[in-house]
Design a protein around this ligand. Structure first.
Ligand SMILES: NC(=O)c1ccc[n+]([C@@H]2O[C@H](COP(=O)([O-])OP(=O)(O)OC[C@H]3O[C@@H](n4cnc5c(N)ncnc54)[C@H](OP(=O)(O)O)[C@@H]3O)[C@@H](O)[C@H]2O)c1
Length: 279
């Protein structure tokens, strides 16, 4: 999909209400501001009150109304409160962007604390599921959309990421099954499968083998990583068009096809790319 020149004012968001989870940094923060610029009412959700309030202020400066709800996607009661607060403030819910996520960078055999794997599933998969569960009755009423930020790793395996890959495959599969169940209800399900993105904190906050965050200077961005503005542009366009799947960048679809038809070749390409990242 090629970007159009009017992406900064996509139609269809004016006066609509969108929840964005994981909105205190990275892709969630950028998407929240982009939706606010399109005159949506934006509800931001993350555990980090202060940083999230700064993003809420940016949303209001961009032209939308913003509500900051502090909470943790791994707590079903927080997700229920998120939806209740949204509807109490704006009267309806049109978009749920399930974006909150965490990562890892460690060989499976070297991970010292297995709690890392539980946490990845709780945040990346169950956290999205809890939000969808509580949002769904309102999305049915509005004919709204679920947008889940999965990853290309929701369909492709990458070494050093075992727990992340598993959590994203779970989320991708959940969304695909839910999309089938929701056919005819008016609720759309969009899965977004990005490659590496620039300008997020995912890498430096990823769990290392000792269960601690890797830290800022641990690895460099690959030349292939996608600029944040382009990712936001493509995602809001796909939401407006009510698409079902978005791969960023689109050329990565070739890797999905290669993985089906010639998996050993795909594995060699993936191993080469990860070796470059890890060097
Ligand atoms: N960066 C990439 O290369 C890439 C590629 C493909 C897919 N993605 C996906 O894109 C999404 C956004 O990641 P990002 O790259 O923007 O990373 P990021 O900058 O680290 O942002 C992650 C966001 O998720 C929030 N979060 C983490 N745990 C949470 C929890 N338990 N409850 C609520 N919010 C929580 C964080 O809030 P706090 O800061 O308050 O903890 C933060 O706002 C993730 O799902 C990620 O898997 C990223």
């Amino acid at each position: 999909m090629s970007p159009s020149s009017d992406w900064k004012s996509p139609t269809g968001f004016h006066g609509r209400t969108a929840i964005v989870t994981g909105a205190s940094s990275g892709l969630g923060a950028a998407l929240a501001v982009t939706l606010a610029a399109a005159r949506a009412n934006v509800v931001l959700f993350s555990p980090e009150a202060e940083r999230q309030q700064q993003v809420a202020t940016q949303c209001e400066q961009a032209g939308g109304q913003a509500l900051s709800v502090v909470g943790d996607v791994t707590r079903p009661e927080d997700c229920q409160r998120l939806v209740a607060d949204t509807v109490a403030r704006f009267g309806q819910l049109d978009h749920l962007v399930a974006n909150a996520g965490i990562s890892m960078w460690a060989r499976f055999a070297e991970v010292q604390d297995l709690a890392v794997f539980r946490r990845l599933v709780e945040v990346n998969y169950l956290g999205a599921l809890y939000c969808v569960y509580h949002a769904l009755p309102h999305l049915r009423q509005s004919g709204g959309m679920i947008t889940a930020i999965t990853s290309i790793q929701g369909k492709i395996a990458v070494p050093m990421h075992t727990g992340y890959v598993a959590s994203k495959h779970a989320l991708q599969g959940f969304c695909e099954a839910l999309r089938l169940e929701l056919q005819g209800t008016g609720v759309g399900v969009l899965t977004v499968l990005p490659h590496w993105l620039r300008g997020t904190e995912l890498r430096q906050r990823a769990f290392g083998s000792d269960g601690r965050e890797l830290g800022a200077s641990s690895r460099r961005h690959s030349r292939e990583s996608v600029p944040m503005e382009l990712a936001c542009q493509l995602i809001v366009q796909a939401m407006a068009a009510r698409r079902r799947e978005l791969v960023i960048p689109w050329k990565l679809k070739a890797l999905l096809v290669l993985n089906l038809l010639w998996p050993r070749r795909a594995e060699a390409l993936i191993l080469g790319a990860v070796k470059q990242q890890d060097s």
